[in-house]
Design a protein around this ligand. Structure first.
Ligand SMILES: Cc1cc2nc3c(=O)[nH]c(=O)nc-3n(C[C@H](O)[C@H](O)[C@H](O)COP(=O)(O)OP(=O)(O)OC[C@H]3O[C@@H](n4cnc5c(N)ncnc54)[C@H](O)[C@@H]3O)c2cc1C
Length: 445
């Protein structure tokens, strides 16, 4: 269920590995692109170089070759527009379906409930919003991130013209005049996307971006050869931070962060809940801006907006927001200052980024599954609890053989399961297990 990057690639991998027949349920008009690669603007670039964006672990240059075949003129180290990556995914899906007709069914619709066959003959029954039913031996949740939560003081009570709770919704970035000021709630990647989209839509007014620390993601640098670490660093958070600092002094901070990549999931899995919680509370904002970097062109565009005064960053926390005729008065407290202030804006856009808290979601399927005890939040409440094989863990603590979850909502188990390089490994491994191919040696089949 869910035909974004994770669900579509899972389906493609099942086809490639001669796995079971499958149905891909997607509520959007097109499967195979999801939020990241379907809703992008032309100015939105991948934040990973083309060489890192291949869809399969056993075909490292797949995306680069696909670009070459089309003569699109991108080098392997280019940061390609996200819309083009969406074309690549849809093309892979169409090609695999054509090569193996009748083995994958695409169903447009929203899955709203799932009856889990545990102890009832084993079948899974999925109901769609329009009443259709799909029966299967097992199901995989690939529902992507949950929409952002409202920041403090904001909520559904505010008029939609003044407050856009979801930056990806149509209309969030349109209908503005150059005399307007827009408040962007958040200063991370979602804010960067939103500022670029506003500029691309012709908005010439002022943008004020606000977050507790006011931290902007760093930019990618030139790639330099270096000798990465070969063993996992120590687990204790303070020692880990110290060793990364030492490595940063020796090989540069970008390399010191990047070389951790192959150990991040191991470090997370081997850490106890206390250490994970401390990481989320104290280190996450720093980790995010160093780890998830901007393509250089994007960073330059943002710097240009800031240099010209069109984009201003603030370290502050919102307190409340009051709507009047055509303005929103937002009260906030700047970080480290005693006094509160108020800013009047034409619109506030929630750019606080995706969420994973099942307890707070309004998503019908996830609510139903949680209420039925078929799934449960992970201990940190950042996603769906799964085991190392991507099986969901039911409320009674037992792993469910018939209900799996993949993608960013499984971050509680692996942490580093947000970007393409990690998800492609997750769905590949699951497809191989479902196709009984995991015992075959080597990477390729
Ligand atoms: C804006 C953005 C930019 C990114 N850029 C990069 C990048 O440059 N490089 C990189 O490596 N990673 C990037 N990522 C990270 C990564 O690629 C995404 O997190 C990845 O696309 C996740 O895919 P997904 O399928 O799990 O989620 P999504 O893409 O959100 O897809 C989930 C799909 O499920 C559907 N769905 C949900 N619930 C239901 C339901 N009940 N019934 C039917 N359909 C349902 C939704 O409509 C959606 O299409 C980016 C992420 C975002 C959000």
């Amino acid at each position: 269920m869910g035909g974004g990057f994770s669900g579509a690639l899972q389906a493609i991998n099942l086809l490639r590995h001669d796995g079971p027949r499958a149905t891909l349920i997607e509520r959007r008009p097109r499967a195979g692109e999801g939020l990241a690669y379907g809703d992008a603007a032309a100015s939105h670039l991948l934040n990973v170089r083309a060489l890192g964006m291949n869809a399969f672990p056993d075909d490292p240059e797949g995306f680069v070759h696909w670009l070459e075949e089309r003569g699109l003129g991108f080098r392997p180290d280019a940061f390609v527009p996200r819309l083009i990556y969406g074309d690549y995914l849809r093309d892979l899906l169409a090609r695999e379906m054509a090569a193996q007709p009748g083995r994958l069914t695409l169903l447009r619709g929203e899955a709203i409930s799932l009856e889990n066959g545990r102890g009832r003959g084993g079948e899974v029954a999925i109901t769609l919003g329009d009443g259709r039913q799909v029966r299967a031996d097992l199901a995989i949740l690939a529902v992507g991130n949950l929409p952002p939560h409202h920041p403090r003081g904001f909520g559904d009570h505010l008029p939609s013209d003044l407050y856009a709770p979801d930056p990806w919704e149509e209309g969030a970035t349109s209908g503005l005049k150059d005399s307007d000021t827009v408040l962007l709630l958040g200063t991370g990647l979602t804010m960067v996307d939103t500022a670029l989209r506003l500029a691309e839509n012709g908005f010439g007014g002022r943008m004020v971006a606000l977050s507790r620390r006011g931290l902007l993601p760093h930019r990618h640098g030139a790639q330099e050869a270096f000798a990465p670490i070969e063993e996992r660093p120590e687990l204790a958070p303070s020692r880990l931070v110290r060793s990364v600092r030492e490595r940063a002094a020796a090989v540069g901070w970008r390399n010191a962060v990047d070389e951790l990549r192959r150990f991040t999931q191991d470090i997370w899995r081997a850490s106890d809940q206390r250490a994970r919680r401390r990481f989320l509370r104290h280190l996450r904002p720093w980790w995010d801006i160093h780890r998830h970097r901007l393509a250089p062109i994007v960073a330059e565009r943002i710097a240009g907006l800031m240099d010209s005064g069109r984009l201003v960053l603030m370290a502050a926390s919102t307190l409340d927001a009051e709507a009047s005729d055509a303005a929103l008065a937002v009260r906030y407290k700047p970080r480290g200052e005693p006094d509160e202030r108020t800013i009047s804006v034409r619109r506030a856009i929630n750019c606080t980024g995706p969420q994973g808290n099942l307890a707070a979601t309004t998503d019908p399927l996830l609510r139903q599954l949680t209420a039925a005890g078929a799934i449960r939040p992970d201990p940190l409440a950042i996603g769906i609890d799964v085991d190392a094989q991507s099986r969901t863990i039911a409320a009674d603590g037992v792993a469910n053989e018939r209900l799996y979850a993949i993608g960013p909502m499984t971050r509680g188990a692996s942490w580093e399961i947000v970007a393409v390089p990690d998800i492609r490994q997750q769905v590949w491994a699951l497809a191989r297990r479902m196709s009984n191919a995991h015992w075959v040696g080597g990477e390729g089949l």
